[in-house]
Write a protein that binds this ligand. Structure first.
Ligand code: ZN
Length: 67
């Protein structure tokens, strides 16, 4: 007669919570970086036009409307 196996949980998470939160943090940082590179005009970041000028070539490289 086969030996009884230990009870296994019926459901196991497909992704660990730590990996999920890390992935969400990375996505949030990428969205923030995309905003700063592509759309910031200084009003939100309070950087004047410094950030806009810093990212200016990147905007044109990505084809984002600029001026
Ligand atoms: Zn431009």
């Amino acid at each position: 007669m086969p030996k009884a196996q230990a009870a296994q949980p019926l459901t196991t998470p497909a992704v660990s919570p730590r990996l999920l939160w890390t992935a969400l943090a990375v996505v949030a940082l990428m969205l923030l970086l995309t905003y700063l590179v592509a759309f910031d005009q200084g009003a939100v970041s309070q950087s004047g036009m410094y950030l806009h000028e810093l990212m200016h070539d990147g905007r044109h490289l990505l084809g984002v409307p600029c001026h």
